[in-house]
Write a protein that binds this ligand. Sequence first.
Ligand SMILES: Cc1cc2nc3c(=O)[nH]c(=O)nc-3n(C[C@H](O)[C@H](O)[C@H](O)COP(=O)(O)OP(=O)(O)OC[C@H]3O[C@@H](n4cnc5c(N)ncnc54)[C@H](O)[C@@H]3O)c2cc1C
Length: 206
Amino acid sequence: VLITKPEIRIIRVTEEADRLIEEAARGCYSSEISPTDEKRAQFIASLKRRKHLSPFEHASATFQLKNVSRALTHQLVRHRLASFSQQSQRYTEPEVFSYVVPPRVNEDEIARELFMRHRDFTMQAYDMLRQRRGILKEDARFLLPNATPAEIVFTANFRQLLYMIQLRTEASAQWEIRRVFEIIHDMMSDHYPSIFGSRDISTVSA
Ligand SMILES: Cc1cc2nc3c(=O)[nH]c(=O)nc-3n(C[C@H](O)[C@H](O)[C@H](O)COP(=O)(O)OP(=O)(O)OC[C@H]3O[C@@H](n4cnc5c(N)ncnc54)[C@H](O)[C@@H]3O)c2cc1C
């Protein structure tokens, strides 16, 4: 099976995060909580504009990603201020040998065929190591490529999440991680438009 789409789910997100962020920031100025959602949105926008970003660290979101490549998770875990739990290749083995396929490979018949042949060979070699040679999963996994699907749960506070969205949705970001963060950005914008709504979050520095 060639996988063309990631599966992304929000496991948890801080409730009333906009209120929490405002309360944290208001404490700094000993000022009153906004009387309306509109005023709160304006206040949150002003925090971002002035780069008063520590209040955004009090809220967080946890995501589950499936059907992403091992190449993607390798990039993701470079974000040192987020927390991760990744499916182990030492304790689990591929049930079905699926590969995550880049769109440019999928659209090219010959490239796709080469991908499938690589997958078939890898599957056979992996099975032979495991079944015939008694090789442990932790060693057989050395055969698995960047295209191997991975499952990962990550948590980031909103300051870090804004930064990750900004960095990973830029045109220079690699296509798979860019697509994942575009989806994450849409999801978070639905939850908290006043925090994540604007696509222009370039004022945020982590
Ligand atoms: C387009 C692109 C290409 C890339 N190419 C490569 C590549 O070829 N090779 C490669 O190895 N990596 C590459 N990376 C990964 C990149 O170098 C970072 O490791 C990754 O993006 C994580 O970002 P970060 O370090 O800014 O942030 P995070 O680890 O998410 O940390 C957030 C912020 O906290 C601060 N921070 C965290 N830790 C420290 C610290 N120790 N010292 C000072 N400040 C800190 C920084 O301000 C940082 O921006 C690439 C990333 C992108 C987006």
